[in-house]
Design a protein. Structure first.
Length: 108
């Protein structure tokens, strides 16, 4: 897990206000970015939990905050699938951080 690209502390989130996911990922406007950033948030939360290295907690929070500040809608035919794929990772990351990280994470 620690060697995974999802645990990379240099990862830059790529949030979008509208994620548009069509059939067979055509079009793919933010679909892969959202799914991979959600997986990265969860991976970093797990890395924090197991290593207690606060950099991973902060990266997980950075990824979650970036998307939650911008995302407003999912559109096109695969929107329900996209929300399920990404939506299954965001709350797992959030719960780990909420209940195990003592650092600052505001509800803004």
């Amino acid at each position: 897990m620690m060697a995974s690209r999802y645990a990379d502390l240099n990862r830059t989130p790529k949030p979008r206000a509208v994620v548009e996911c069509g059939s067979y990922s055509n079009p793919n406007y933010g679909c892969t970015d959202e799914r991979e950033d959600a997986i990265a948030a969860y991976t970093n939360a797990l890395a924090w939990y197991f290593t207690r290295d606060e950099r991973y907690a902060r990266k997980s929070i950075e990824l979650m905050d970036a998307w939650s500040a911008v995302l407003r809608d999912h559109t096109n035919s695969n929107a329900p699938l996209q929300t399920g794929w990404a939506g299954s990772s965001w709350p797992k990351a959030a719960e780990i951080i909420k209940y195990t990280y003592g650092g600052a994470w505001t509800n803004s």
